[in-house]
Ligand binder design. Structure first.
Ligand code: DHB
Length: 390
């Protein structure tokens, strides 16, 4: 009896040891994204961006094999939360990445804190997200970072009267505030602040109000994937011929949708951190590789957020020599600097947000296709929400 028990004991510990060995040699990264539903384009772009990084840089870092597991949260925060718990508990994921909308990133913050697992926010953009857990690091952008430079551009370019139209949730509220406040402070007038629902937005009645207000410009934030529906209504209401200029953060002229938006988008001026037309050798290689791997699909800012999220994870694993201790990984991410397809970037060690250039761009036709063509830039922009002491 004793002998049998001992034998069982040895066998069990042998299995445990081999499982530990497998764990030690593989780093599982859990990627949670809306792969279906209204934000599915974010999921598609992010997944392709992460996979391209692994394809280009190999799936071994600091002697560890990288395993990327992608899960579809359908855009529902309760699903995001459950998937995060399963990825950490069952799949032993050591890093989580993705989060296509602000509520989805927020749903995982307490889990990241509790499990001490880094949560890389590579898509969502509400400024306060990184304050919800010391284990959150962001490789996308913040709406205040993108919106404030637009206010300055308007003031310099004789745009005095603006109506704002934003999607009514975190990033839209941030965009509205961080455009309007500096704009008004600089002498501009916001004639109307309109918010449209995130679910099933009908832009028509709101755009009718904008048309009646006759401002110099309408400042728009809609999340990635919603820009084409907005543009259609903009044209149907005749706003493209009204002399009212379309301005906003770059989400509305998202590179994923821009090729299909039609000539009405030409002339739209936006401020953002990434354009597929960004002129650098790193970006030219990125766009070419991405299009080749994805049937000609053009990368947008979501693809770059995920590509850079993987770059940051690789950097951290190199720095920890393959240790997956959550705190060690976060410490290694703070202050990390690299050249992204978007230009030079750095993780602010104080806020864990990304410091990056914000470009002023205009939609133009290049070789017969619509692009956001950059014509000015503000260098090394920190998230102004946190810089203001929030
Ligand atoms: C968010 C989502 C987007 O698609 C976008 O373009 C910007 C922000 C968000 O939910 O945070």
């Amino acid at each position: 009896m004793l002998k049998t028990l001992l034998a069982v004991g040895v066998a069990a510990s042998a299995i445990a040891a081999s499982a530990a060995l497998a764990d030690d040699n593989t780093v599982t990264i859990g990627m949670i994204l809306p792969m279906t539903g209204p934000s599915a384009s974010t999921g598609k772009q992010e997944q392709a961006g992460a996979q391209l990084y692994i394809h280009e840089h190999g799936d071994t870092v600091a002697g560890k094999k990288i395993q990327l597991i992608v899960k579809d949260d359908t855009g529902a925060p309760d699903v995001t939360k459950r998937l995060a718990e399963e990825l950490i508990g069952n799949d032993k994921a050591k890093v989580l990445i993705g989060f296509g909308l602000t509520p989805l990133a927020l749903a995982v913050a307490p889990i990241a804190t509790e499990a001490k697992v880094p949560e890389i926010v590579s898509a969502a953009g509400t400024a306060m997200i990184t304050e919800k857990s010391p284990f959150i690091v962001r490789t996308s952008f913040t709406l205040p970072q993108a919106a404030e430079p637009m206010a300055r551009w308007c003031l310099k370019n004789n745009i005095r009267k603006v109506a704002t139209l934003v999607t009514d949730y975190g990033p839209g509220v941030d965009a509205e505030k961080w455009f309007s406040e500096p704009f008004v402070k600089g002498g501009g007038t916001v004639v109307e602040k309109i918010r449209v629902p995130l679910k099933n937005p009908d832009f028509a009645p709101f755009l009718q109000r904008v048309s009646d207000d006759k401002p110099d410009a309408v400042f728009v934030f809609v999340p990635s994937g919603f820009g084409a529906a907005f543009m259609k209504e903009f044209v149907d209401r005749g706003l493209d011929k009204s002399g009212i200029k379309l301005i906003g953060t770059g989400d509305v002229t998202d590179d994923d949708l821009l090729p299909s938006m039609g000539d009405a988008a030409i002339g739209a001026v936006t401020t953002h951190h990434y354009s597929a037309a960004h002129d650098s050798p790193e970006n030219k290689a990125f766009v070419a590789d991405f299009e080749k791997a994805n049937n000609g699909m053009r990368p947008n800012f979501m693809a770059v957020g995920a590509y850079d999220g993987m770059a940051l994870i690789y950097h951290a694993l190199e720095a920890t020599k393959g240790s997956t201790d959550g705190q060690a990984l976060i410490d290694a991410m703070k202050g990390a600097k690299w050249t992204s397809p978007r230009g030079p970037v750095e993780i602010d060690p104080a806020t864990r947000d990304i410091i990056q250039n914000i470009y002023v761009r205009k939609v133009e036709k290049v070789n017969g296709q619509l692009y956001n063509v950059e014509f000015d830039k503000i260098e090394a922009v920190k998230d102004p929400f946190k810089a203001a002491g929030n």
